[in-house]
Design a protein around this ligand. Structure first.
Ligand code: AMP
Ligand code: GLY
Length: 421
């Protein structure tokens, strides 16, 4: 079987690598991928995610059994609808189902209608109305651009002034372009944040181990929000009761709701949750796998990943199994300056072997050699599985200390919250 993965980051590297390791899979293509992936035997294809017609032609010419779609913008652009219309199988939600991610206002309305616990909110296009709402609610309060904003369209404001400024940036100064012409303003939820992922087809779903991302750029959760600087799974201090409650109060009703709305869900559902004093509540849904969470969840999958996805696509019951002890932890190495401006072209250390996996995101061969150079904000990620968080941290940080990472940075406290608790 030959498979195609769409996307180019560490998430897609982890998906494609796991697919290639599945018995019965001969070749995995990644479009557009990145050069680092080729070190794992993956085949990169020079077609961008926006070129649906070329991707469809490629899948037909190469006898692709099905395509796995990684990124949110491809889903929001209706890539799964286009593949389906061309008679091809693709794993991911339709454009209408993916609206759970690409419109925060839509996601909120579904949660209210189907009784899914989430923060109280208001949606605004008018700045004066937004300002009045913020002043009436008080701080802390959270201001979110309605549309996709690479994880950067959210401002957790500690004061009314900060919140009003964020609303002004989005509604009057157009800081997030079209994504910010509408804003969702919501209650600040205090508590521990975690992510719950599920493989989904309609009302059938299969939950994955819990994961915790680290969204801020610097140690101690300081600095700007990024796409994610490191993660670990499972989250040891989350009880099975909390997971069960999340499934019952969140996953089940939202999937039923999507069916009732005529938008049945297929693909990965990503629930961004906060464990509040009143139980788990939703801060966001994403219509795809997380990055970097995929890189620490998929190494824990012990079943045949390609067969699992084939079964889900065919509405058969997949036999999904996971490692049941220890923890998988990963640290992202990013370009200095990320998530703002950064330089490219830093030479990267050699790919790790043995117990540490290297997943590449922004990596590219030099013009005249096979030396890998940095080519993006998040550059690569080191991942390992160990008995506990501390041991995993030791392994990763010892390796990072030995690597030459000029022009690059990483957080030195990934997973530390799990140790203190
Ligand atoms: P999002 O892009 O929706 O994941 O939001 C980015 C980050 O902002 C989240 O990871 C949370 O840490 C924080 N956040 C978002 N919504 C809320 C909320 N209602 N209460 C507290 N923190 C939030
Ligand atoms: N790690 C956060 C995300 O994928 O949205």
């Amino acid at each position: 079987m030959k498979l195609l993965v769409i996307g180019s980051g560490g998430r897609e590297h982890a998906i494609a690598k796991k697919l290639l390791e599945s018995a019965g899979v001969e070749q995995v293509f990644v479009a557009p991928g990145n050069d680092g992936m080729t070190l794992d035997g993956l085949t990169v294809v020079d077609i961008t995610i926006a070129e649906h017609d070329r991707l469809i032609a490629f899948a037909k010419e190469n006898d692709i059994a099905w395509t796995f779609v990684g990124p949110d913008d491809a889903l929001a652009a209706g890539i799964v609808d286009d593949f389906t219309a061309a008679g091809l199988k693709a794993f991911g939600p339709s454009k209408l189902a993916a609206e759970l991610e690409w419109s925060k206002d839509f996601a909120k309305s579904i949660m209210v209608k189907y009784d899914v616990p989430t923060a109280k909110y208001g949606t605004f296009t008018d700045f004066e109305e937004a300002k009045a709402y913020i002043e009436a609610q008080g701080a802390p309060i959270v201001v979110k651009a309605d549309g996709l904003a690479l994880g950067k369209g959210v401002v957790v404001a500690e004061t009314v002034e900060q919140a009003v400024e964020a609303a002004r940036d989005m509604l009057l100064d157009n800081k997030f372009g079209n994504s910010g012409t509408r804003v969702v303003i919501e209650e600040f939820l205090a508590g521990e944040e975690f992510s719950l992922f599920a493989f989904v087809n309609g009302d059938k779903f299969y939950i994955m181990p819990t994961a915790q991302d680290h969204k801020r750029a610097y140690d101690g959760d300081k600095g700007p929000n990024t796409g994610g600087m490191g993660a670990y799974a499972p989250v040891p201090h989350l009880s099975q009761a909390v997971i069960d409650q999340s499934v019952e109060t969140i996953v089940k009703p939202v999937l039923k709701g999507m069916i009732a709305e005529g938008r049945p869900y297929l693909g990965i559902l990503y629930c961004g949750l906060i464990l509040t004093a009143d139980g788990p509540k939703v801060i966001e849904f994403n219509a795809r796998f997380g990055d970097p969470e995929t890189q620490i969840i998929l190494p824990r999958l012990t079943s045949n990943f390609a067969q699992n996805i084939t079964d889900i696509l065919d509405e058969e019951t997949p036999d999904i199994t996971w490692l049941d002890g220890g923890v998988t932890l990963g640290v992202v190495v990013a370009s200095n300056g990320y998530p703002l401006d950064y330089a490219k072209g830093m030479e990267l250390p050699a790919k790790t072997e043995g117990d540490i996996i290297t997943y590449y995101a922004g990596a590219k061969f030099a013009d005249n050699s096979k030396a890998l150079l940095s080519n993006g904000g998040r550059v690569y990620m080191l991942v390992t599985t160990a008995a506990d968080v501390k041991t995993a941290q030791n392994t990763i940080y010892t390796e990072l200390n030995n690597q030459t990472t000029d022009g690059l940075f990483y957080r030195s406290d990934i997973g530390s919250k799990a140790i203190k608790d």
